[in-house]
Design a protein around this ligand. Structure first.
Ligand SMILES: [Zn+2]
Length: 211
């Protein structure tokens, strides 16, 4: 379609989720921070690996098991190399593994602060519909309406009103999708044909503003 301004937003959470754990140093539950470091321990032909978390107040550590007593030959070589070199990209991916964290902590605090990188894929003259594609490769704890309000400079009330009028359409299209967390592959269509601030919203969506 030639009336679509298409942009891709890549959403990156600023910090990994923090599991709430009973800190034995503070004698109270605290959200523990991922240190970004791992520990590898060999016992014969078997290995243990942990990801280290720290209490932000007393620095007490908690070792989250990545695997335990695993025979060396059963560990994929790339995983072993990542552990031996403390590969930051691999570690970051483990730090965002919510399912693994949930098995250890009664509550997980997710970071709602995200960085958004915007790329224009197509901006034809005379566009009237804004199409935003979301790319979210690590779990981000921000709701879709908050993200759109902040990045487009619109109030959440106006977004809800546009949604009710079906001028804002979401894919996947659940009725409560605006209040749900952002999801990879989600697509937002916003019909701005009759909106006075169409250009301003389009510029905000594209990642630049005009004087
Ligand atoms: Zn503590």
């Amino acid at each position: 379609m030639c009336n679509l301004l298409t942009v891709r937003w890549t959403i990156t959470p600023r910090s990994p989720p923090e599991p709430w754990l009973a800190c034995t140093g503070c004698s109270i539950a605290r959200p523990f921070r991922c240190s970004g470091k791992t520990r590898l321990n060999a016992s014969g032909r078997r290995l243990d690996a942990w990801l280290i978390y720290k209490c932000p107040v007393c620095d007490k550590s908690w070792n989250r098991p990545l695997f335990e007593r695993r025979p060396v030959q059963d560990i994929p070589p790339d995983m072993l190399a990542a552990l031996q070199t403390n590969d930051p990209i691999w570690i970051r991916r483990q730090a965002f593994d919510l399912a693994a964290l949930r098995s250890h902590a009664f509550h997980i605090e997710e970071c709602a602060e995200v960085d958004v990188t915007k790329r224009v894929l197509d901006r034809p003259d005379g566009w009237s519909i804004l199409h935003v594609e979301l790319s979210v490769d690590l779990p981000a704890g921000i709701r879709l309406d908050r993200l759109l309000a902040r990045e487009l400079g619109l109030s959440r009330a106006r977004l809800q009103s546009l949604h009710r009028q079906e001028r804002l359409r979401l894919e996947p299209g659940r009725s409560d999708a605006l209040r749900k967390r952002v999801a990879d592959g989600a697509s937002i269509m916003l019909n701005l044909a009759d909106e006075a601030d169409q250009t301003m919203i389009g510029d905000a969506a594209s990642g630049h503003s005009r004087p």
